[in-house]
Design a protein around this ligand. Sequence first.
Ligand code: PCA
Length: 222
Amino acid sequence: MLSDRTAVPVGQPRILVTGFDPFGGQPINPSWVAVQALHGRELDGHRIVSAQLPTAFGRSLHVLQELLGQHRPALVVCTGQAGGRAAISLERVAINVNDARIPDNTGAQPIDTPVMPGGPAAYFTGLPIKAMLAAMLAAGIRAEVSQTAGTFVCNHVFYGLMHTLADPRWAGTRGGLVHVPWLPQQGAPSMTLEQLVQGLEVGIACALRTHADLRLQAGALN
Ligand code: PCA
């Protein structure tokens, strides 16, 4: 895992940024390619630690829990590929449903199971997504607020993350999930690696300095 490659000074606040391994027959996952480029960067006194999550129900959340315990990050930004989307998607809500249209990387394909039995129906993101949207657009990066993160492994991780962070013991940590489009070599629509990396960095820097989100219209009519 990349997080072992760059030593992070003890005590320096960390930002955990995750990407997923390739899935669904794709040779690469743009989320992982992009977050690798951010590993070790310093933002506003915080150090970015990038790590990979497996595209697997269950196991992905175990790996995330280990990373949270290891790094005690101030900010967590999980990223994943959303093929077919044309902009960086700032996800608003995680729902307590696994409903897989394709098998995950272990062959598991849960249908209508909860991420957390007995958990609330949904959690809102802990990221200031409207401010992040404005910052990305101002930097010339295509971005949007998304009202659904789907029902596959990204939503699973997003829900599990928010369920953990809802515990008062994690009061000092904010987090959420961001979907990224394909890279050009995967097909269209796509964004370049430079755009993805710049967009994520601009968004993360904005999240660090924004504690009360902006009130901007970014809804969907349907
Ligand atoms: N995208 C998938 C899972 C892993 C990834 O990168 C999703 O959107 O659920």
